[in-house]
Design a protein around this ligand. Structure first.
Ligand SMILES: *[C@@H]1O[C@H](CO)[C@@H](O)[C@H](O)[C@H]1NC(C)=O
Length: 632
């Protein structure tokens, strides 16, 4: 009997406890959904899983490394200039030196590392390119003065001009040329800082769309360009590394996007300077067959040894970046009415300095303006871009520098009529430009252009999503195939409430709240801290090792251990204020050097109901409702 009653008591106790726990869970659930509905709504449902960092273009921490660079002074004037396929002796030179005789040798590609010259043709008038886009030119005057250059133009190719037409491009394709041009190591912010005139023209005159959350997926140029061009990372593609010897394929095996465009009937072009560290030729084996119709590597093989005789960043009378840009423009002019896919990537000017690129601002501006004025931008998607941000020690030592490295400049300019003809695709593009995007997305977008389907909701399970489709807000770095180390999305790390900084931030928040109602102290109570409920610190996602490092250490071991010096920290705090038990959630930043806090009224949410507490301000002082506890 005693034993039975003991069991009975225990049973009651267990049932009682179970009910209690059940109730507790229900209560907590209610609490959570309550908060979700009332205060987190706009933060969670309407906001992206990836919160992009806000990086001030003029952050003093970065600006101290930024300075102006004097413009390039390329001279003397070139004696021979190009127009289309014609290389002619310049009138000014003739006026100055009298008769000039020049010998021309066209430069023919043998492979990615060798070229040969055609037989010499001598003339004192002009020469028309037939076999190559590139030629070596040697001139002399009658007094024996000499001049030399390697020149780029566009050879005559009547057959191609006849064969390639828009009518042969598949019906599903948008009838648009692709012109992608980039500078190495240019972050979104560097573009704004160092190329302000081009930046302004793009935004104001061309309605260009800048991808705010374009996140790199690896370290270095190949790690940026390979995903754009193939949709894959190097590891997933056939072996092409030089040091693997005979086992390695030529890079021709890669499923390059320009093959798709070629297949669709486009004229293709790939230009890259700095041939000694070429994207596909430095570690990788390079191409056996020429990869595109126009291929500037051959020019650089022949020209680079002569660069040292010109002023810095010049080839004779013009800046070297313009050699490439003009070549691209010439191709566009030569094949004005033919479909074209051209990708140019210029390395040397910006690769080793974040300041030198400033000298290209006017050149870039005039180049774009010229493309616009000659009508090309009316049937071209212009993609100005970069591979990654600057990777130079001083700037990378700052948190912002690290973030900027991961956010290269990437922009799209559509013809003015595009918005009207493809409103949904355009709207999606605008939307996506504000969120996390990747090189894989660019690849899918370039494919989408060739096979245009009605825009839809993007499928988050796909690594790349076309920018004409709508990328779901819940997309995270891992959905997008971005390793945590490169991920720019920010996340909140919960921190213990007894940390001094939390206490200080809470006191600051109360002071701030009180200052907001200060002028109405006759009706609003002064608030004091009841309790700190929660605190978190904003942190860039922590790094781990990334793919390439595990396979390959030649050429690009990334620097993962860089010490980052923070200048500001961002906290989020939830507090209860007294009297009235008002719950407030606030974002507060702290200047680390000065140890001062900062917030704005728009960064503070009242997260429980104020009800009748704010009766005294309800009608007259509407803006104080959330912050005023009315005196009795
Ligand atoms: C631009 O292209 C559109 C669509 O193809 C055409 O209707 C328009 O006339 C063109 N505008 C100019 C200035 O060429």
């Amino acid at each position: 009997m005693r034993i039975a009653s003991c069991y009975f008591k225990r049973l009651v106790l267990i049932i009682g406890l179970t009910i209690l726990i059940f109730c507790l869970i229900q209560f907590l659930k209610f609490e959570i959904t309550f908060y979700d509905r009332n205060d987190r709504n706009d933060k969670l449902d309407g906001s992206p899983a990836c919160k992009l960092p806000r990086l001030d273009i003029f952050n003093p921490e970065i600006m101290k490394f930024i300075h102006d660079v004097p413009p390039l002074q390329c001279s003397p004037e070139d004696w021979v200039k190009a127009e289309g396929s014609k290389l002619f002796i310049d009138k000014n030179a003739k006026n100055q030196y009298g008769q000039i005789t020049c010998s021309f040798n066209e430069i023919l590609r043998v492979d990615d590392y060798n070229y040969i010259l055609t037989d010499t043709v001598e003339t004192d008038k002009f020469y028309v390119l037939r076999k190559s886009d590139y030629a070596e030119v040697n001139c002399k005057t009658q007094t024996g003065k000499r001049w030399h250059t390697i020149i780029a133009a566009v050879r005559d190719d009547p057959e191609r001009k006849r064969d390639v037409t828009w009518s042969k491009v598949p019906r599903e394709a948008l009838n648009l040329n692709i012109l992608m041009f980039g500078f190495d190591s240019l972050s979104q912010n560097t573009f704004a800082r160092k190329l302000p005139r081009s930046n302004r023209y793009l935004r104001q005159n061309l309605d260009s769309i800048i991808l705010k959350g374009y996140n790199i997926v690896g370290d270095g140029t190949p790690q940026a360009l390979i995903p754009i061009l193939t949709g894959k990372i190097e590891l997933e593609l056939p072996e092409t590394r030089k040091r693997m010897g005979a086992k390695a394929h030529y890079v021709n095996v890669y499923p390059m996007i320009w093959k798709d465009y070629k297949q669709a009937g486009f004229i293709t072009g790939f230009m890259e300077d700095v041939h000694h560290i070429g994207t596909f030729t430095y570690r990788l084996k390079g191409f056996d067959e020429q990869p595109t119709d126009h291929y500037m590597r051959t020019y650089y093989l022949a020209a680079s040894p002569h660069f040292k005789y010109s002023k810095s960043f010049c080839m004779g009378g013009i800046p070297r970046h313009l050699v490439m840009m003009n070549h691209i423009k010439s191709i566009f002019n030569k094949y004005k009415d033919q479909p074209k896919f051209i990708f140019g990537f210029h390395g040397e000017l910006s690769h080793d300095s974040y300041n030198d690129i400033g000298v290209a601002d006017d050149d870039v501006l005039h180049w774009i303006k010229d493309l616009k004025e000659s009508g090309h931008l009316n049937n071209t998607i212009l993609i100005l871009m970069s591979d990654h941000g600057h990777r130079f020690a001083e700037i990378r030592n700052t948190l912002q520098g690290k973030q900027e490295e991961r956010l290269p400049f990437f922009s799209f300019t559509f013809p003015p009529w595009f918005k009207k003809n493809y409103p949904q695709a355009y709207a999606n593009f605008l939307f996506n430009a504000q969120h996390l995007t990747t090189p894989f997305d660019i690849h899918v977008t370039l494919k989408h252009i060739l096979n245009f389907k009605e825009p839809k909701e993007g499928d988050i399970r796909n690594r790349g999503i076309s920018l004409f489709d709508k990328i779901p807000l819940k997309r995270t770095c891992s959905d997008a195939f971005i390793e945590p180390h490169w991920c720019v999305c920010l996340s909140w790390l919960e921190i213990p409430l007894d940390q001094e900084v939390v206490q200080k931030a809470a006191q600051y928040l109360l002071k701030f709240l009180n200052s907001y109602t200060e002028n109405h102290r006759d009706i609003c109570e002064k608030l004091r801290l009841g309790q700190i409920l929660w605190a978190a610190k904003l942190i860039p996602t922590k790094g781990i090792l990334h793919f390439q490092k595990s396979r390959d250490t030649d050429g690009f071991v990334s620097e993962l251990s860089a010490k980052t010096k923070l200048t500001t920290e961002l906290y989020q705090l939830k507090i209860k204020a007294l009297p009235g038990k008002g719950l407030f959630e606030a974002s507060i930043s702290r200047d680390i050097n000065k140890n001062i806090f900062f917030t704005r009224i728009s960064d503070i949410s009242r997260i429980n109901m104020y009800g009748s507490q704010a009766k005294c301000v309800e009608n007259s002082l509407f803006h104080l409702r959330k912050y005023c506890y009315c005196k009795e």
